[in-house]
Design a protein around this ligand. Structure first.
Ligand SMILES: Nc1ncnc2c1ncn2[C@@H]1O[C@H](COP(=O)(O)OP(=O)(O)OP(=O)(O)O)[C@@H](O)[C@H]1O
Ligand SMILES: [Mg+2]
Length: 168
């Protein structure tokens, strides 16, 4: 993927290339998840131009809040320039949360960032705690649902899948 951005630079309609490819697969797939790089680059523009909706992973940190504001601006720009219909903003997923007692963010800073996420008028669809289970699953190349099907992480991911499934 590192070279794709450069290759796209040489093409016309470079933000629309992914959409054209996915259109050919429409009959083969029920859902397509497009994993974006952590950058507002031409690859992300392709995803925002091709997708029906977005699910935005965030961390309870100021850097995430800032990146989220930039992303929302980018979404508005792509909607204005490249899309016929607006994107469905499914919501946020708070990832790698350092939890304290009562299941809320351990630090005051974390709690304040989550409070600011709430003010953005986007649903928070799930919260994934930071846990060594993720690192173990990663090492084995398994999803959390495969690695610990009965665990609370698996439940969060299943709930996210249901949100997406409901949005035909
Ligand atoms: N809830 C969690 N608790 C602990 N570790 C986690 C958790 N979620 C992800 N990780 C670990 O963080 C690392 C990065 O995860 P992942 O690739 O999902 O993040 P990413 O934001 O998509 O990264 P990139 O920006 O490189 O695409 C992996 O090693 C993963 O195991
Ligand atoms: Mg990633």
């Amino acid at each position: 993927m590192f070279t794709v951005g450069r290759e796209l630079d040489r093409l016309r309609a470079r933000e629309e290339r992914l959409g054209r490819i996915l259109a050919q697969l429409a009959d083969l797939c029920d859902h397509v998840l497009i994993d974006c790089p952590p950058a507002l680059d031409v690859l992300t523009d392709n995803a925002l131009s091709a997708a029906d909706g977005v699910l935005i992973p965030v961390q309870a940190e100021d850097s995430s809040l800032r990146a989220l504001r930039l992303l929302l601006g980018q979404i508005a720009a792509i909607e204005g320039e490249l899309r016929r219909e607006p994107l469905v903003l499914h919501g946020l997923v708070v990832s790698m949360l350092e939890r304290g007692g009562g299941g809320v963010a351990r630090s005051k800073l974390g709690r304040s960032v989550i409070e600011q996420f709430r003010e953005l008028d986007l649903p928070i669809l799930g919260t994934v705690p930071r846990s060594v289970l993720h690192v173990e699953a990663w090492r084995l190349g398994k999803t959390m649902v495969e690695y610990e099907p009965g665990g609370e992480h698996a439940q969060v991911y299943r709930a996210l899948a249901k949100v997406l499934e409901a949005s035909e």
